[in-house]
Design a protein around this ligand. Structure first.
Ligand SMILES: Cc1cc2nc3c(=O)[nH]c(=O)nc-3n(C[C@H](O)[C@H](O)[C@H](O)COP(=O)(O)OP(=O)(O)OC[C@H]3O[C@@H](n4cnc5c(N)ncnc54)[C@H](O)[C@@H]3O)c2cc1C
Length: 372
């Protein structure tokens, strides 16, 4: 049996798996226990449904989120550089693209992150691609009044989750697929997870990480958790750029899926909705709103998109921001890592490093002092 301290992670989304990789690299034995693992699709498992691109969402009032976003950006640059230098490495599915942000009105966010991304610039109305975009819009409708350009990443999300899982396994992690009970509280759930790990020959854990996404709402009776529903449409063709447009009362985005010859279209954010049913009217609106920002993908019959599928995911949002903190519950050390809303990928590295710090603090103190 390994002499390393053992951590059981509940959850195999991007939060749990990135934590598994960083804990493995920090010298911990890791066991992941999750109802859904990479390759599974379920409304209870948000990670496979994301676009996902790096587009900072942290505000100056959330310095921790902003810091995690910058850390993740820099880490992904390193991942891409390593893959270029060592072509035999497993492919992460992370790729840098030209990225454009469009507003039909004033810029509605603080662009604090502009110094951190390459080639950031504000576009004048006479610059491409803004000039052509505005020419293509209906004469009697809204036009784009403000635009920025920069370079940022998009992820092939299914590939990235498998990549993280494989990386964690190569570091010695065991991934166990099992649903944990939620109705009898977190204490019972972690005891059940411990039972699964011991049945697989792992030793008693020194610490748990709770990365159960929206599931944490019930598991921890955390009333601050709520869903932000997103509906997306997967279409044929890899868009040449990432684009986001904020218009009058709605958003639209187009995110290429690296290496898959596909693109995710979306922009829907329905706060508080738990519905997993795809709404055909919403699908039509997404296609209509995205047509002008991704014209190179209009290769279908009648000049429309070639639709592969439409789907929904629930962003695990939390009032007050993500909960990444330690707790001692009946003598068990727990580090919580959930509530990453619509930015779970782009904060994943900073969040995982914080998890490692908290696990180190927890496991190097007695339960009594960790409680403080
Ligand atoms: C449409 C859409 C677009 C998005 N776009 C972006 C983007 O561009 N950039 C970005 O950074 N983020 C984006 N996001 C957000 C991102 O997808 C989420 O923040 C992230 O996936 C959350 O990951 P997680 O690991 O915390 O949760 P999840 O992926 O939901 O994982 C939770 C894990 O916990 C497990 N679990 C839960 N309850 C139990 C239980 N009782 N027993 C056992 N296991 C349990 C689940 O099985 C799963 O393994 C988007 C999300 C959506 C829906």
């Amino acid at each position: 049996m390994s002499s390393k301290p053992h951590v059981i992670i509940l959850g195999a989304g991007v939060t749990g798996l990135t934590s598994a990789v960083f804990l493995g690299e920090a010298g911990y034995e890791v066991t992941v226990v999750a109802a859904h693992v990479p390759g599974d699709n379920s409304i209870e498992y948000t990670s496979p449904w994301a676009g996902a691109d790096w587009r900072a969402q942290g505000t100056p009032e959330q310095p921790m989120v902003c810091d995690w976003e910058v850390q993740t950006f820099d880490y992904w640059v390193e991942v891409m550089d390593r893959e270029r230098l060592e072509p035999e490495l497993p492919k992460s599915g992370v790729k840098m693209y030209d990225s454009y942000g469009y507003w039909d009105g004033p810029v509605t966010e603080v662009l604090w992150w502009s110094p951190h991304v390459p080639e950031f610039r504000v576009l004048s109305p006479l610059q491409e691609p803004l000039l052509s975009l505005n020419k293509s819009l209906p004469a009697n409708g809204l036009i784009v009044q403000n635009a920025i350009a920069y370079r940022a990443m998009s992820l092939n999300v299914p590939q990235y989750l498998l990549y993280l899982q494989e990386k964690a396994r190569l570091l010695g992690a065991e991934v166990i697929k099992a649903r944990l009970p939620v109705d009898s509280g977190l204490q019972h759930a972690i005891a059940t997870a411990e039972g699964h790990a011991i049945a697989k020959g792992r030793k008693r854990p020194d610490c748990f990480v709770n990365a159960t996404g929206l599931g944490a709402g019930k598991l921890c009776a955390d009333e601050a958790m709520y869903p932000i529903r997103g509906q997306t449409v997967l279409v044929k063709g890899e868009a040449i750029a990432i684009r986001t447009r904020s218009s009058d009362g709605y958003g639209a985005y187009c995110i290429p899926r690296p290496g898959a010859g596909q693109t995710i279209l979306g922009g829907v954010k329905e706060v508080g909705s738990w519905s997993e049913a795809v709404d055909p009217a919403t699908t039509s609106k997404i296609l209509e709103r995205c047509a002008c920002i991704a014209p190179e993908l209009l290769t279908g019959d009648g000049g429309g998109f070639e639709v592969i599928s439409a789907q929904c995911g629930l962003r695990p949002a939390r009032k007050g921001g993500p909960r990444v903190e330690k707790q001692v519950l009946s003598g068990k050390r727990i580090v919580h890592a959930y509530g990453h809303g619509g930015f779970g990928y782009q904060t994943s590295v900073g969040s995982a490093r914080r998890v490692v710090d908290l696990v180190v603090e927890s496991t190097s103190s007695s339960c009594e002092s960790a409680r403080l």
